[in-house]
Design a protein around this ligand. Sequence first.
Ligand SMILES: *Cc1c(COP(=O)(O)O)cnc(C)c1O
Length: 423
Amino acid sequence: MIADNSAPTTREQCVALDRQDVLRPFRDEFALPAGVIYLDGNSLGARPRAAAARAAQVVELEWGEGLIRSWNTAGWFDLPRRLGNLLAPLIGAGPHEVVVTDTTSVNLFKVLAAALRVQGARAPARRVIVSERSNFPTDLYIAQGLADLLQQGYTLRLVDSPAGIDDAVRDDTAVLMLTHVNYKTGEMLDMTALTALAHERGALTVWDLAHSAGAVPVALRDAGADYAVGCTYKYLNGGPGAPAFLWVSPSLRDDFSQPLSGWWGHAAPFAMEPGYRPHAGVARFLCGTQPITSIAMVECGLAMFARADMAAVRAKSLALTDLFIALVETRCAGHPLELVTPREHHRRGSQVSLYHPDGYGIVQALIERGVIGDYREPGIARFGFTPLYTGYADVWDAVEILRDVLDSGCHREARFQIRGAVT
Ligand SMILES: *Cc1c(COP(=O)(O)O)cnc(C)c1O
């Protein structure tokens, strides 16, 4: 493996880059524990400092004092749509096109069902959903569950690599369902080209942006995409289990009809009518009452992104991941680490995955030393790079600790082999 010659080769150079970094001031807006280098913002984003005050406000004032009145007076009812409008620019969507609600899994169920229904009217013979075998499992599980529920002969066709997509999308294909940046490898797909390929063959596209929103620039409208879902608790720093988001192309909004036809998607929820009538606008993407104490936190992360230049975030993300790769390849040379993430910038998200036969123990040993990444089967150590709060010197220090762990062999100790429920 050949290291990138332009990357810094000393810690002093990294410190100098941090000093010049236009995004550096954002770091102070996050509450990061002392002694921790946090490289897992791709799994659970760090806490914006503002979230503590917002939580106190929601719990003590809006809930405690306002009680039921807060649905109107504190704007609780409008939160899914207001936050959707804040999020929209990050994914190349327009105003009144996005809602923040439910989980990514649930939203995927909704959009996939809507897409199959549109295709059922247009081209009923299309009964195949194409996706990648390496897609995040919940995405595949949801598609399997929906196909099973519909009992109309829908099947999943899974490809083993993105190169197989071209061949797999055929005249029997209803939907091409892909995750833009792969959770395990960090590989980014070409949304524009794959959407065009799907449309050429008569298929609709569903994009999962769980590892894209806040990580890489996304242009849903420009790409001509049809449906998208994604996460707010990863790169968007919304808090553990914070509600996800859902987008539908304006051209398909009026056809958006989904089986989770709960009262929040109704044209007049408080008319308490016995029959379902979908709302004319984006509210039809909603199902039921939102977890206000959690959804309210999402605004703290989004408010930061509203002030950050996404082009600067992307440039720094690539610089940090380039630096990490170069340092691992030079300073940890001789250890059996394999780079899983693509080297080409246009194919890389904002994480670096390394394969090592003892990947699990290495991640546990790093965590004990304050470098927090995570582990995904088989043998993959994942490191997420979040430009708003991770600096160049952090990358240097993380690699030095990785080198230390590998050189000492401490990752092979029995205590680092014990598995928790969440890896
Ligand atoms: C993180 C992630 C999810 C998470 O779904 P939840 O419903 O929030 O648990 C779904 N899909 C992808 C691709 C992910 O990376």
